[in-house]
Design a protein around this ligand. Structure first.
Ligand code: IPM
Ligand code: MG
Length: 397
């Protein structure tokens, strides 16, 4: 295998700001289902609040995807809408799904849209950063001292493995029913995601943990072999391998030890939900899904909070918008080369939390520690964040 198959270090390339200061960006907005519309509106407001002084404008193209698209068109995503996502500079998504479309045996299901976008847009890498805001240590079920210094990044392979392998649904008579899911990986697929993890580690604490199940799975042995080869070519970054069961335990026991975790699709799905508990609420966490395609401004990508559609709280102005607002920051960083704007948003979120603003999911587990906190809803939290973008304005560019 040639270690130069992907000559350009992806992360390094995008971290060079390319953004034209008078840029006009085209973004497909997908509010989706449940709380999706609430949080996407919040994210758009924060981005718009930066537009004038940040020297950009955004043209938003809103489309129906997920359960609402099944109701309107009979499919989770239409071909022309997938094409619109491909043509745009970035895609900004809320959440899809809900009880109305939950039957796992239905022929048409909301999550099919996710797989169509991931596969169809070549978004092979899913980045899920997890850090713990000091003011939220009381909101996590883990002991506060374990959370000190937690700053990890899950790099999940997103277009291979079990999610995209062949499937044979249940066949055979009762008593001998059988189903099969295939878990295929090629060396090229493993190499590009591991390389990206190394590129990203170089901008952080320079450590990669590659997670597999090499004591059982052939694809994991391939994964480990390729990861070792990539690591040999990058002596500035240290690499260790962990079996997925041990990694799951270590994320709860010593989360601050991790820097970049790179792993296959299903392991990454499970470990990133586990890691999200560290941050105090699923509502806090952003994600970026990127591929290799570059636009005039940066990498084409899809940005969404990691939480689901939470239909029980949809439309009630109580969903935490922070995961989506931080996803907007990732969009500015990765798809538009504007690290300055991303930091402005991240700092404003941090300041709002320091100042005590809390959506219901962020209230401390022990009500005794709630004194001095300011309970807010989706809009109240967004207002607090927008108000705190002010301090960052002069520093832009
Ligand atoms: C995620 C979600 C999806 C996944 C579901 C909704 C299919 O859990 O993005 O992590 O498993 O990838
Ligand atoms: Mg998941």
């Amino acid at each position: 295998m040639s270690p130069t198959a992907l000559a350009e270090p992806v992360a390094e390339a995008v971290l060079q700001p390319l953004g034209d200061p008078a840029a006009r960006w085209e973004v497909v907005a997908i509010p989706g289902d449940g709380v999706g519309p609430d949080v996407v509106a919040a994210g758009r407001r924060v981005v718009e609040a930066l537009a004038t002084r940040g020297g950009f404008s955004i043209v938003w193209h809103e489309i129906l995807v997920g359960g609402c698209a099944i109701d309107a068109y009979g499919v989770a995503i239409r071909e022309e809408d997938l094409a619109a996502c491909r043509d745009a500079d970035a895609v900004f998504l809320g959440a899809v799904g809900g009880p109305k479309w939950d039957d796992p045996n239905a022929a048409v299901r909301p999550e099919q849209a996710l797989f169509a976008m991931r596969g169809g847009l070549g978004l092979y890498a899913n980045l899920r950063p997890v850090s713990v805001h000091p003011a939220l240590a009381e909101s996590s079920p883990l002991k506060a001292h374990l959370l000190e210094g937690v700053d990890l990044l899950v790099v999940r392979e997103l277009t291979g493995g079990l999610y995209f392998g062949e499937r044979t649904e249940m066949t055979g008579p009762a008593g001998s029913r059988r189903a099969v899911d295939e878990l295929p990986y090629t060396d090229v697929e493993v190499e590009r995601i591991v390389r990206l993890a190394f590129d990203l580690a170089r901008t952080r604490r320079r450590h990669v943990t590659s997670v597999d199940k090499a004591n059982v799975l052939a694809t994991s042995r391939l994964w480990r072999t390729v990861a070792t080869e990539v690591g040999a070519g990058d002596p500035e970054v240290s690499l260790d391998h962990r079996l997925v069961d041990a990694a799951a335990m270590q994320i709860a026991r010593r989360p601050a030890d991790f820097d970049v975790i790179v792993t296959e699709n299903l392991f990454g799905d499970i470990l990133s939900d586990e890691a999200s508990v560290l941050a105090g609420s699923l509502g806090m966490l952003p994600s970026a899904s990127i591929g290799t395609r570059r636009t005039a401004f940066g990498l084409h990508g899809l940005y969404e909070p990691i939480h689901g559609s939470a239909p029980d709280i949809a439309g009630r102005d109580i969903a935490n918008p922070i995961g989506t607002i931080l996803s907007a920051a990732m969009m500015l960083r990765w798809s538009f080369g504007r690290d300055d704007l991303a930091r402005a948003i991240e700092d404003a979120v941090s300041d709002a939390l320091y100042d005590g603003y809390r959506t219901p999911d962020l209230m401390p587990i022990d009500p005794g520690s709630a004194a001095g906190l300011i309970p807010v809803g989706t809009r109240g939290m967004t207002d607090a964040i927008v108000a705190r973008l002010g301090g960052a304005q002069e520093e832009l560019r």
